[in-house]
Design a protein around this ligand. Structure first.
Ligand code: ADP
Length: 175
């Protein structure tokens, strides 16, 4: 069973096998953690994202799915890009989509034989997901993944960017 830890800080500084990016569907960068990751990784990351095949329209990664690229100038070896749901009241499958982000990221990490991975609070910025629910969904999904799937992943780090998230994740983890 992998261990789950919560830290407060900047995900772009972590030397792990992979960090997860809360990207958008076109994967061409954005604000929040996405912007921070692209700035720290350098322009090669944008090139690698552009090279990800288009699924439809300008979509490279549909909501709930993941795509993996190298980390380039980041201390992390890989970036696992995932697209969280935009919160619209909870009646549009947002909870299941958020769970898919965590599950698919862990599954792609295992398929690359990675041992350490860090997540930001996917959808908890401009996408507006309620923090208490997002915190429960993330931890429940991660625990369930390790209970049901053999995996190379040994440590999952949840990276809170503010005090509220840090407290919430710590509290949920203790339950
Ligand atoms: P989304 O569009 O999925 O809501 P955001 O990037 O707006 O994504 O926010 C996701 C979470 O990432 C928010 O909780 C935000 O505070 C956090 N965040 C922003 N920058 C960083 C960073 N450098 N490291 C870790 N978390 C970050």
């Amino acid at each position: 069973m992998a261990s789950i830890e919560v830290i407060q800080g900047d995900i772009t500084t972590l030397s792990l096998d992979a960090i997860v990016n809360a990207a958008n569907k076109c994967m061409l960068g954005g604000g929040g953690v996405d912007g921070a990751i692209h700035r720290a990784a350098g322009p090669q990351l944008l090139e690698a994202c552009r090279a990800v095949p288009i699924v439809r329209g300008d979509v490279r990664c549909p909501t709930g799915e993941c795509r993996i690229t190298p980390g380039f100038n980041l201390p992390a070896r890989y970036v696992i890009h995932t697209v969280g749901p935009v919160w619209d009241g909870g009646g549009y499958g947002e909870r299941e989509q958020l769970a898919s982000c965590y599950r698919n990221a862990l599954s792609i990490a295992a398929s690359h034989k990675l041992k350490t991975i860090a997540f930001p609070a996917i959808s908890c910025g401009v996408y507006g997901f309620p923090i208490d629910e997002a915190s429960r969904i993330s931890i429940t999904t991660i625990r369930h993944f390790f209970e049901t799937s053999p995996s190379t992943v040994q440590t999952v780090t949840l990276v809170a960017f503010n005090d509220e998230l840090f407290r919430q994740w710590k509290e949920t983890l203790a339950m």
